[in-house]
Write a protein that binds this ligand. Structure first.
Ligand SMILES: *Cc1c(COP(=O)(O)O)cnc(C)c1O
Length: 446
């Protein structure tokens, strides 16, 4: 491993494994740990962990020897251990818990394709992962070795994409796309690249974290044929940043793939401003840009990982201004019921009035910004060539209120509820009284 400041660890139980096996991803995959006996070779399990591991119907457990080696055997509350080894708390239901909290199934025109946003889709192409995160947002479909997507499913997904020209960005996920055989992955990437309106492809993968050995030159050679290709990894704690992960990310970066990180805010794992600061600073050292920090979803089995939303806002307060701007992720709540990601953060705008706003910075310094007195919006012709693409989706939302002709967004049934018969007994029959005044339109009434 070329000079990296990050450690490389191997649990004593694997000390005798020859290097050529340890560094082979196939060996890592076929020697995953999943039983009480497997784990007890590394450290004694707690009563709660034993109970969960012997529970029927539990979300799948599987951990590569590499990732298990990052667990401190002497720390029962190790942050990596909590992410992958189940506890009895996983069995407990809680208020607000849902099976499909993001309503992904409802947004799927064909199996595995989630089309929620106007110009991009989430394409689930496998149910398999290298290891299984206990707080998995998609535990309802992930993990079952007998249930995954078939070539007919891929065809139906691709077919939908071919006939949906508004989609310009496809995000491959699952499961973990990098657990697919290179042959299948190549076939999907090639088919996507043949669709002219698909401008970019992204992959969401935790393989570089769970099994960095998988990032071979053959794999990066394959991936780099399909540029522009972006990749987001998933690191939650600084202890996951190792010499092996640094090397895997270096290979991906050298293949021209921009890397981002998505992490989940998890109680007892990374719900602390100083841990998060170390995490994002170490990520940028391995050339991975923090992208999202997710509030934990209302998913089954994840109740004990949830934090108050205020925790996330406090973490952003500790990052913005205190460290490199590009190391600060966007904190998001993925809206239950399927509203998509909603960004949250501290308020920096304190007040405003005519031509002046009051702002505060990260230090609490309060200042004003004088706005121009003579600002005129740009000539509409300037934007005209770029406008069509966004306004066609019917998902213009709040921006549509600002930019378009819509005056309001109404809850379902609003109009019916508010028809209380006023039109039958108007105060004056002459309807001209109720016509718009046309203020500012230059058509003042006489
Ligand atoms: C997160 C997500 C995306 C991608 O969102 P970005 O904000 O563009 O990264 C797309 N589709 C679905 C359904 C998602 O959950």
């Amino acid at each position: 491993m070329s000079n990296t400041p990050f450690p490389s660890k191997r649990a004593p139980a694997f000390a005798d494994v020859p290097d050529e096996k340890w560094t082979d991803w196939r060996w890592q995959l076929s020697h995953r740990l999943n039983s009480v006996e497997d784990f007890e070779q590394l450290f004694p399990l707690s009563e709660s962990e034993r109970k969960a591991l012997s529970q029927q119907g539990l979300f799948r457990v599987d951990i590569t020897p590499y990732f298990a080696s990052l667990i401190d055997p002497d720390d029962p509350s190790d942050p990596i251990r909590k992410q992958v080894i189940p506890t009895a708390e996983e069995i407990l239901p809680y208020t607000g818990m849902m099976e499909d909290s993001l309503a992904e199934d409802r947004h799927s025109p064909v199996p595995g394709l989630v089309h929620r946003y106007p110009d991009r889709v989430l394409m689930l192409i496998t149910t398999q992962c290298a290891c299984y995160c206990r707080y998995c947002t998609r535990s309802r479909i992930v993990g079952d070795p007998s249930q995954t997507f078939s070539s007919e499913d891929f065809e139906a997904q691709l077919d939908y994409l071919r006939r949906t020209p508004q989609v310009r960005d496809v995000l491959l996920s699952g499961g973990d796309p990098l657990t697919l055989s290179p042959r299948v992955l190549e076939r999907i990437l090639r088919a996507l690249r043949e669709i002219p309106h698909i401008e970019i492809v992204r992959i969401g993968s935790r393989v570089p974290v769970f099994m960095p050995q998988r990032i071979t030159s053959e794999l990066t050679d394959l991936l780099q044929q399909f540029h522009p290709l972006w990749l987001n990894i998933h690191v939650n704690h600084p202890n996951e940043i190792t010499a092996e992960l640094a090397e895997a990310c270096d290979k991906l970066s050298r293949a021209g793939i921009p890397l981002g990180n998505q992490s989940v805010l998890l109680a007892g794992v990374n719900d602390d401003a100083f841990i998060q600061r170390r995490l994002v600073q170490d990520l940028v050292r391995i050339r991975v840009r923090p992208y999202y920090l997710y509030q934990c979803d209302l998913v089954e089995g994840a109740g004990h990982f949830r934090t108050p939303v205020a925790k996330g806002i406090g973490i952003i307060e500790a990052l913005r201004g205190h460290t490199s701007g590009f190391a600060v992720p966007t904190y998001v709540v993925d809206a239950p019921g399927g509203g998509g990601k909603i960004p949250l953060g501290p308020n920096y705008l304190i007040s405003m009035s005519d031509h002046k706003i009051v702002l505060r910075n990260y230090e609490g310094y309060i200042t004003t910004y004088e706005e121009p007195l003579d600002y005129k919006p740009p000539d509409a012709r300037l934007a005209a060539p770029f406008k069509k693409a966004i306004s066609e989706s019917g998902q213009d939302g709040v921006f549509g209120l600002l930019d378009g002709d819509e005056m309001s967004i109404k809850p379902e049934g609003f109009d019916q509820l508010h028809v209380r018969g006023g039109s039958q007994h108007r105060l004056r029959a002459d309807s001209s009284k109720w016509s718009p005044l046309g203020i500012g339109s230059g058509e003042e009434e006489e």
